[in-house]
Design a protein around this ligand. Structure first.
Ligand code: ADP
Ligand code: MG
Length: 697
């Protein structure tokens, strides 16, 4: 039998099958529980009444008490509007309706006291409010002093009169019964320690707040609860992964020590040292490592990976190093080979275009164990690639390495589970990482090698294009190379290609003495590769490209990055692109070209780039501007389930939730203690409701 909260929404008084269907379609409200968790997204302050003489145009929503003096129909046809002159003892204001005129006329009268609520605007010397809410004045609402909840709804729902007010009415209807069923969902000691509002009060106060303070407490409690259970679930996942996947224990670090003493080409940064230590600790633990290393472009992730591989090899296992593209795999192969040769360690590469004969040799050596390092694209994951004993898989420049891919790796381990090291240059704010990768361990390389010259970033409008040309000409004369990047966005691809081609043409005309490369997604792989290589060798001075050059490419002599239509890129993408320069000894520059007119958000993005080179700071701004939903594929992450928390703002609550969840699991991993009974019930209920969800969608 369905519990109270599982009851279908159509059974709520005043809803019925038709409205229920709409609520399901438009707001995914299926059950009583869903409606209760449809929290208001803001509250209108009805605590204060204004006098009409106090009305100003920059005020937010306000309410005034008064009477209509007269009504007037102005304009004709579709421009017709109803103007009501509304007065109190201090003055008059115009209340205006463009739609639903008949409906308004049937409901309001001259000479009767009303409360009018809305956002004032000014026309000449007069103030007016368009589409105000009008309520007859009563003994009760005269008091003011309440916060009115505002609920998300949709145009479709509004057309069927399910607006925010109607939802609030349903909520009232539901809560009257629900209060008898709502039970506490957090352990009592936790409630006591943090003086949290109890669940029942929180549910009432969130929908019908008595005052701002109570509302604040209700929101805090519900957010903490929500984040606590998400963290608990992620931590439980992690624990069960660690328990069910024993890893190969590596406690020999011979090769690492030899290399460190005799061949290390530079002093490691403090952050690199720390991360290598964290990895070594995982290796020695006997548990399978699943670690994400985040480090800004140029922070030296490759060396960290190489040192980790040396440990794996010292312990008689093999390593796979995977890059997202062939070009990158090739670059990594060359770079790693230089390091490995010094120790006489054999290394090979395998990509989609490897010849059959090469493959054969590689296969043999892999299976005999004579090949300790294999570098490649994801071709390395194919089933036919067999290792004698794979101990460590490094995945470069990827922040999402799915469970399915991990599973394929595990198959390669011959019953022992290879350790996994995922590296990404996409900095992710800690709060988001905690939720997205809550079941992984995260290391951060938050320090760049010493002596790097910070990239200088400038913003130029299209009208200053000639100046930009002059600047890059000077730099090319000094021997540098330049990237010019164009956005390419799926829907308008044809237009974007035209932009790119036009840009290429005008550059060719402007720089007749230099060779140019062009690379874009519509080219054949080998043509791209050929153009890329010409640029890498320095034969071409300017590389005009779409974002295909975004990841990992390393041309130290390229010191200028021009980004065209920069306002069309997201912040993290801009940051990634900028990271392509600043890899050599020379001063590097990033020039953001934009149109003359920018949206507020576009301006904020460009400004952030000009002011900061810190990837984490940029990611934080990105999170604030776009909200977590847009930031990356959130589908599998559980982020879409957030009902009340906002990861861009609730950082502190999230941290608390995380530490509470981890403390609780440390003390009572099986959730057996009597005071944790509620937690256990809640976790089981969550599991059940997940099943239900997958059946519905
Ligand atoms: P990313 O983290 O972007 O993958 P890389 O590993 O490609 O960075 O390193 C960028 C460059 O910095 C390389 O040329 C590398 O040799 C160099 N590098 C890495 N670590 C250090 C260090 N500690 N000191 C000086 N140079 C370093
Ligand atoms: Mg790299």
């Amino acid at each position: 039998m369905a519990t109270f909260f599982e009851r279908k929404i159509e059974f709520l008084k005043g809803v019925g099958p038709q409205r229920a269907e709409l609520l399901q379609k438009e707001l995914q409200i299926f059950t009583y529980a869903d409606l209760l968790q449809h929290y208001p997204f803001r509250y209108e302050d009805r605590t204060k009444f204004y006098k009409i003489s106090q009305v100003r145009e920059n005020q937010p929503f306000i309410q005034v008490i008064g009477k209509f003096v007269r009504f007037q129909l102005a304009g004709a046809g579709r421009k017709q509007r109803l103007v009501g002159t509304f007065a109190d003892e201090t003055g008059t204001i115009e209340l205006v309706w463009f739609q639903g005129i008949k409906w308004v006329q049937s409901r309001v009268a001259v000479g009767v006291p009303y409360i009018a609520f809305g956002k004032p605007a000014r026309f000449g010397s007069k103030y007016s409010i368009a589409h105000p809410e009008i309520e007859p004045l009563t003994e009760k609402n005269k008091q003011g002093s309440y916060l009115q909840p505002v609920y998300h709804t949709s145009e479709k729902l509004k057309r069927k009169f399910i607006d925010s007010k109607a939802i609030s009415k349903m909520m009232k209807m539901l809560l009257i019964d629900a209060v008898n069923h709502i039970t506490e969902t957090l352990p009592a000691p936790l409630i006591d320690q943090y003086r949290l509002m109890d669940k029942k009060s929180a549910m009432v106060q969130i929908h019908f707040p008595r005052n701002a303070q109570e509302l604040q407490r209700a929101r805090y409690r519900l957010k903490l609860e929500e984040l606590f259970y998400i963290q608990l679930r992620l931590l439980k996942l992690k624990i069960s992964r660690i328990e069910s996947f024993p890893g190969i224990r590596f406690d020999n670090s011979e090769l690492l020590n030899t290399y460190y003493k005799n061949h290390l080409p530079f002093e490691l940064t403090g952050a690199q040292k720390r991360v290598v230590k964290e990895i070594y600790q995982d290796f020695r633990s006997g548990k399978q490592m699943n670690r994400l290393v985040q480090g800004d472009v140029g922070s030296g992730k490759t060396m960290v990976a190489f040192l980790s591989m040396l440990i794996a090899i010292s312990n008689g296992t093999q390593c796979a190093f995977m890059a997202p593209t062939e070009i990158l795999a090739e670059q990594h192969y060359k770079g790693l080979k230089e390091y490995a040769d010094l120790l006489g360690i054999h290394i090979a590469r395998l990509t989609g275009s490897s010849k059959k004969s090469e493959r054969k040799v590689i296969d043999q050596m892999l299976q005999s164990g004579d090949l300790p390092i294999l570098v490649g694209t994801h071709a390395v994951l194919e089933d036919k690639v067999k290792f004698k004993k794979l101990g460590l898989a490094v995945i470069d420049e990827q922040h999402r390495f799915g469970v399915a891919q991990r599973a394929r790796l595990w198959k390669k381990g011959n019953n022992a589970y290879p350790h996994v090291l995922v590296m990404t240059a996409t900095p992710i704010p800690r709060t988001l990482a905690m939720t997205l990768y809550g079941d992984l361990d995260v290391s951060v390389i938050d320090e760049l090698p010493a002596g790097r010259k910070p990239i200088k970033t400038y913003h130029m409008r299209d009208s200053h294009r000639l100046k930009m040309f002059g600047f890059i000409e000077k730099e090319i004369q000094k021997g540098r190379q330049v990237y010019v990047v164009y956005p390419l966005i799926e829907e308008s691809a044809t237009l974007d290609y035209k932009d790119l081609m036009d840009g290429y043409e005008s550059m060719s005309r402007r720089f007749p003495d230099y060779q140019l490369s062009i690379v874009h997604g519509k080219m054949k792989a080998e043509d791209k590769e050929w153009e890329m290589q010409r640029f890498v060798r320095g034969e071409t001075k300017i590389m005009v490209a779409t974002t295909v050059i975004e990841v990992g490419v390393n041309v130290p002599n390229a010191s200028i990055m021009v980004i065209e239509n920069a306002e069309r890129f997201g912040l993290s993408q801009l940051h990634q692109l900028r990271g392509r320069v600043g890899r050599g000894a020379e001063q590097s520059y990033c020039i953001l070209m934009t149109g003359n007119k920018l949206t507020t958000e576009g301006k904020a993005r460009v400004q952030t780039m000009v002011e900061s080179i810190d990837g984490f700071k940029i990611a934080e701004v990105d999170l604030k501007l776009r909200g977590p939903g847009d930031l990356m594929g959130t589908q599998q992450s559980g982020l879409t389930e957030l009902m009340i928390s906002d990861l861009s703002k609730d950082t502190e609550i999230l941290k608390l939730a995380r530490s509470l969840a981890s403390e609780l699991l440390a003390k009572d991993p099986e959730l057996k203690a009597p005071e944790n009974q509620v937690v256990r019930t809640q976790v089981n209920a969550q599991r059940k409701s997940n099943v239900n969800w997958s059946r519905i969608s």
